[in-house]
Design a protein around this ligand. Structure first.
Ligand SMILES: C[S@@+](CC[C@H](N)C(=O)[O-])C[C@H]1O[C@@H](n2cnc3c(N)ncnc32)[C@H](O)[C@@H]1O
Length: 298
């Protein structure tokens, strides 16, 4: 991108700052949270859920929201470390149907929005990135990864378009495992999204994505700090996530090809699927060298 385009534009949304060229190919409409992006994505309220009837704050003894899946947050407004782990419990925050007090209830974090000062900046080799301008302690909420919620067909269509135009990929597929069911949610912040769309992948990240339900059955994708983060540090998450979250890379092209003779046996030729993934520039000691790839999506 032309350096002349960068800098003069400083836009502020929530507690964040978008500095630089958010024009040309990078233009997008800002939305604090998810919006429906396909006709059949209904913003359905959770079934058989009428909210809690707590008076001020909520406790596990009496609050139906906390009893639904279990309490995810602590009294000091952080997420429990067990929830950040793979295959952990779903998270349900108290919402608009609840009688508890918005200010006093401990089960409302993501809905209160970004509290940290964040900034979009130009990285050396990964396009734009997102960094924090203040220290963030482990287990604290940072921001959402918000965008258009779309169906599988639309996701495949958009992935193919991104692929052929050789553009950055923003589409994320969230897999949740619940009662022997797999729930898939597709969120695309390319055209409509929030500051979270600038978060790059790292093989040694400092954020974890957690699907959080607030009023609706479609989850919001919340980023929590998985370690202490110091001011100035780039914010990253692992696009392959725990097993329930994965982001396909636009440049991972799977191909079937005849193998080098080294892999041939005397009996038969072995057919191995080769995956050409996009190189990863996260720079961590744990770097795997390539961006994660979700073969199920394309
Ligand atoms: C969700 S976007 C992140 C923001 C993006 N860098 C931008 O400028 O808008 C994902 C894209 O960023 C780039 N990217 C993210 N992490 C990367 C990494 N570790 N190494 C190389 N490229 C990365 C890839 O092009 C990927 O398709």
């Amino acid at each position: 991108m032309d350096e002349k385009n960068i800098a003069e534009i400083v836009l502020s949304y929530e507690h964040t700052q978008i500095t630089g060229s958010i024009n040309c190919d990078k233009s997008f409409k800002y939305s604090k949270t998810n919006i429906p992006g396909s006709d059949d994505i209904v913003d359905a309220f959770l079934e058989q859920y009428e909210g809690c009837t707590c008076e001020e704050s909520c406790s596990l003894d009496s609050c139906v929201c906390l009893q639904y899946f279990g309490a995810a947050y602590t009294e000091d407004q952080t997420i429990k470390s067990s929830v950040l782990k793979e295959s952990s419990q779903p998270v349900l925050e108290c919402g608009m149907m609840c009688t508890c007090c918005r200010q006093l209830c401990n089960n409302r974090i993501v809905q209160k929005g970004i509290k940290k000062k964040l900034e979009v900046f130009k990285t050396e080799s990964k396009g734009y990135g997102l960094r924090t301008l203040e220290n963030i302690a482990v287990l604290h909420f940072v921001c959402e990864y918000a965008g258009e919620v779309i169906n599988e067909e639309e996701a495949k269509h958009r992935m193919a378009a991104t692929e052929s135009a050789n553009e950055d990929n923003y589409l994320i597929v969230v897999r949740e495992y619940w009662k022997e069911q797999v729930l898939l949610t597709y969120v695309d912040p390319q055209k409509v999204g929030n500051i979270g769309r600038f978060i790059n992948h790292s093989c040694d990240p400092n954020l974890v994505m957690v699907p959080v339900r607030i009023n609706h059955s479609v989850p919001r994708l919340a980023m929590f700090a998985s370690k202490d983060i110091i001011a100035g540090e780039e914010l990253t998450f692992n696009y392959s996530g725990a097993s329930r979250v994965s982001l396909p890379s636009k440049s991972c092209i799977e191909s079937t090809k005849v193998l080098p003779h080294l892999f041939e046996t005397t009996d038969s030729k072995v057919d191995i699927r080769q995956v050409k993934c996009k190189p990863c520039y996260c720079g961590s000691n744990l770097c795997k060298g390539f961006m994660p790839y979700d073969k199920d999506l394309i």
